[in-house]
Design a protein around this ligand. Structure first.
Ligand SMILES: *Cc1c(COP(=O)(O)O)cnc(C)c1O
Length: 428
């Protein structure tokens, strides 16, 4: 059975799990425990020495989380994964496992707002400088690399601009410089795109979005391809004895699991943003239906994009699945199954019409999230980006007329009906 290359739908249901050996439970049990009983003193010592890998304490590992980690690593075609308490925690742990005071990061400027602030404010305070570049031209990443740069960072599909990255081109630039490419694959999910297949070294997710899929839980993951040559001289903390874990050399000792082991035993262990096993269970539930949900998100979103594009009260639509999108060719290459569920559009009448539109929707939910089974709408200029000046809003790609919609799984006729009646109330 192990030689067979299973399809993604099968892996979403089965990867990383065997029915529970002691109870026969078919569903993944929620191991709601903080710690695990040692067999004896020798067993305890060998666990702490990392000679035996096993459960010690749920800040570090948990059997429910382990199934999620294995499943997502398999789906992303990676070597190992680590579950974390949020998407923000996943990217923080992914990067702080690599970057130290004095190191630099080169990141796309078109990131999720929270990610931008994490790098621009929090990491800078820690002595890690980020240079932000327009990701549309991959050469911009190369031009921003200095001898201190230790990683490149970008999103498969940018939030909220819906720009698609040329992953392979940016990965080649990273590898020319001897550094890894880290990709936030939240909007695409491993069902629509597997960045590791296009050269990415590390993938991070906010599981809060499509992986969970039902807007119930905050969580995140990091996945390592296991292919980056950490002993190339640029990453002494991977090859030298670790002060954070009694002298272990992560690359030498754990080989292609070295990065995930360092992320777990050093970064997660000392910073502590663990995922609760209950949330891991909910993400596993979400993953079971990811392929069928994403297919419907894709088709509903494409219908909505085409409908809005032809609508008299809509000025523009940004969705990489539309033939006239500047990202259509990249989307065809990197997102062949569909461009996902999220788009932005411009409403005729600008900011005031945007506010009226949001106040007029009936079952579409006005909230700050994406990737739910339910359709979600938000007017960024009056909510997520309202603290910014008009000028800074434009820099962030947020115009006053912009509405973001995360198209859900309701009947498409009903979604279009609610959009139409809200557009009429706002602009009619
Ligand atoms: C939501 C989001 C995050 C942050 O994830 P949380 O789970 O909210 O911490 C990071 N990146 C992208 C692209 C996101 O949409």
């Amino acid at each position: 059975m192990s030689d067979r290359k299973f399809g993604v739908e099968t892996l979403c249901l089965h990867a990383g799990q065997l029915p529970d050996a002691s109870t026969g439970a078919r569903a993944v049990p929620i191991y709601q425990t903080a710690a695990y009983v040692f067999d004896d003193a020798d067993h305890a010592a060998s666990l702490f020495n990392l000679q035996t890998f096993g459960n010690v304490y749920s800040r570090l590992m948990n059997p429910t989380n382990a199934v999620l980690e294995e499943r997502i690593a398999t789906l992303e075609n990676g070597r190992g994964g680590l579950a974390l308490g949020s998407g923000m925690a996943a990217q923080m742990v992914a990067l702080l496992t690599l970057l130290e005071n004095g190191d630099e990061l080169v990141a796309a400027s078109t990131l999720y707002g929270g990610s931008y602030s994490q790098f621009d404010v929090t990491f800078r305070r820690m002595g890690i400088d980020t240079r932000f570049v327009n990701p549309d031209d991959p050469e911009n990443f190369r031009r921003a690399i200095t001898p201190a740069t230790r990683a490149l960072y970008a999103e498969t599909i940018g939030n909220p601009l819906n720009n698609v990255l040329d992953i392979q081109a940016v990965a080649d630039i990273a590898h020319d410089a001897g550094i890894p490419l880290v990709i936030d694959n939240t909007f695409a999910t491993p069902y629509l795109c597997r960045p590791i297949d296009h050269g990415a070294d590390i993938v991070v997710h906010s599981a809060t979005k499509f992986i969970g899929g039902h807007g119930t839980s905050i969580g995140g993951l990091l996945i390592d391809s296991g292919k980056f040559p950490w002993d190339n001289g640029n990453f002494p903390s991977m090859t030298e004895p670790s002060a954070g874990y009694h002298g272990v050399r992560f690359h030498e000792t754990f080989g292609d699991f070295g990065y995930v082991m360092k992320a777990r035993m050093e970064t997660l262990r000392t910073l502590g943003p663990s995922l609760s096993p209950f949330n891991a269970f909910l993400f596993l539930q979400g993953l079971e239906t990811l392929p069928v949900r994403m297919d419907r998100h894709n088709s509903n979103a494409l219908d909505v994009a085409r409908h809005l594009q032809a609508h008299p009260y809509v000025e523009w639509v940004k969705y990489p699945g539309l033939e006239n999108s500047p990202y259509f060719d990249l989307a065809s290459r990197y997102l062949p199954k569909g461009a996902g569920g999220i788009m932005t559009f411009g409403i005729r009448g600008g900011r005031d019409a945007g506010v009226r539109f949001i106040e007029s929707v009936q079952f579409l939910s006005h909230l700050a999230n994406v990737g739910d089974a339910k359709t979600l709408v938000i007017h960024p200029a009056s909510t997520t980006h309202r603290q910014l000046s008009d000028e800074d809003q434009i820099k962030a790609g947020v115009s006053g007329d912009m509405i973001r919609i995360s198209v859900g799984l309701e009947s498409i006729e009903d979604i279009l009906w609610d959009l139409d009646q809200a557009l009429s109330s706002a602009c009619g």
